[in-house]
Write a protein that binds this ligand. Structure first.
Ligand code: FA5
Length: 338
């Protein structure tokens, strides 16, 4: 074998070995590379070494020297790769003079869900266990679903432009608005389904309320609706008590105060006694017979209960948040706590 061919084979081997050791990412791939190039029996270095015997006598010494250099080079490449893998994927090695072990490390923070998203997931889970399935409805509503079908007459103060976000333009026949309550979904479900119905709806609602510690112009409600034969106020009370026990703990009590909503009769406000205080969380009642008739149900055949709870207030009590505005200021120092 001419010395040129031998040296060429050595160069190619050195390059291939370096590339392969640099590409190794863990102990297994490095060991596989070591066997490929430095294996005692069939390693590629061994194979090339066999060609040394065929190099003509006068060139043998030079060829042997180059062979030793390439062998050292490959062994060094193996050693470097070993250190790199031991030092971890950062590529820093303790023997690297640029590595300063006194510098603070990189902390990677875990992302987390917003407290409202966490609350919604838990509310869906609890109500699911009580047999309520989740329904959805649009945030841009028409007057029929937000008011008319809910027995809210056209002169009712709840329809006042100062109390709602009406949307101008579009189809002039239908006045649209950002929904002010999730009770709209009650109607959408009853229009499309026959009893028994047992659903919740969870989503954003909008009211031009001035922001203060317990009010925000955009907030979430959890609506519940159950329509079936022989549904009574006792079922409503028991369902809300069970819900409150699951979400806020077994030390919570539930109180119903007489109230008025056009779409329920009788109507109540729902308070939970928790941490030494009564707090209002929502409204509820027995579905008004007018509402049942408007969707084609016979009030002599079926009855129902409905409730609408403020999700922010539930979430605030649960996490000990005292100002609703903190939920929407998007200050990660605050949100990171939950
Ligand atoms: C209603 O919206 C009725 N639709 C509830 C209902 C449903 C009654 C089904 C009967 C049957 P109300 O306007 O009271 O009710 O609002 C319910 C809850 O939403 C309140 O108790 C409160 O927890 C929450 N809420 C109301 N306004 C705001 C606001 N601006 N910011 C945060 N939460 C609010």
């Amino acid at each position: 074998m001419a010395i040129e061919a031998f040296l060429e084979a050595l160069d190619q081997l050195a390059q291939a070995a370096q590339r392969t050791f640099e590409a190794a990412t863990d102990d297994e791939s490095l060991e596989a590379a070591r066997i490929e190039f430095l294996g005692a029996k069939n390693g590629r270095l061994k194979t090339v070494q066999k060609g040394l015997g065929a190099v003509p006598g006068p060139d043998k010494r030079a060829a042997g020297q180059r062979f030793n250099e390439v062998r050292d080079l490959i062994q060094n490449a193996l050693q470097n790769a070993k250190e790199r893998i031991q030092a971890g994927s950062s590529g820093e090695s303790a023997s690297d003079p640029r590595f300063d072990p006194t510098l603070p490390g990189w902390t990677r923070r875990m992302g987390r869900q917003h407290p409202i998203a966490q609350s919604i997931a838990e509310l869906v889970d609890i109500m699911g266990r009580l047999g309520f399935s989740l329904e959805d409805g649009p945030e841009i509503e028409d007057e029929r679903h937000n008011f008319d079908a809910l027995n809210i007459p056209s002169d009712h103060p709840a329809r006042d432009p100062l109390e709602n976000f009406y949307i101008s333009g579009g189809d002039s026949q239908v006045l649209r608005l950002l929904r002010s309550q999730t009770s709209t979904v009650q109607i959408r479900v009853m229009e499309n389904r026959k009893p028994p119905i047992r659903i919740i709806a969870l989503g954003r609602v909008y009211r031009p309320d001035t922001a203060d510690p317990t009010h925000y112009p955009m907030f979430h409600q959890m609506e519940g609706l159950l329509v079936d034969r022989h549904v009574t106020m006792a079922d409503l009370k028991e369902t809300l008590r069970l819900f409150a026990n699951c979400y806020l703990g077994t030390d919570v009590q539930v109180r119903f105060r007489p109230s008025f909503f056009p779409f329920t009769e009788p109507s109540v406000e729902v308070d939970f006694f928790w941490n030494d205080r009564w707090l209002e969380f929502g409204g509820a009642g027995m579905v008004d017979p007018n509402v049942l008739r408007a969707v084609g149900f016979d009030p002599d055949e079926v009855t129902g209960f409905a409730f609408g709870l403020g999700v922010e207030r539930l979430c605030m009590r649960r996490f000990g948040i005292t100002d609703i505005r903190d939920l929407y200021t998007n200050d990660v120092r605050f949100l990171r706590q939950f």
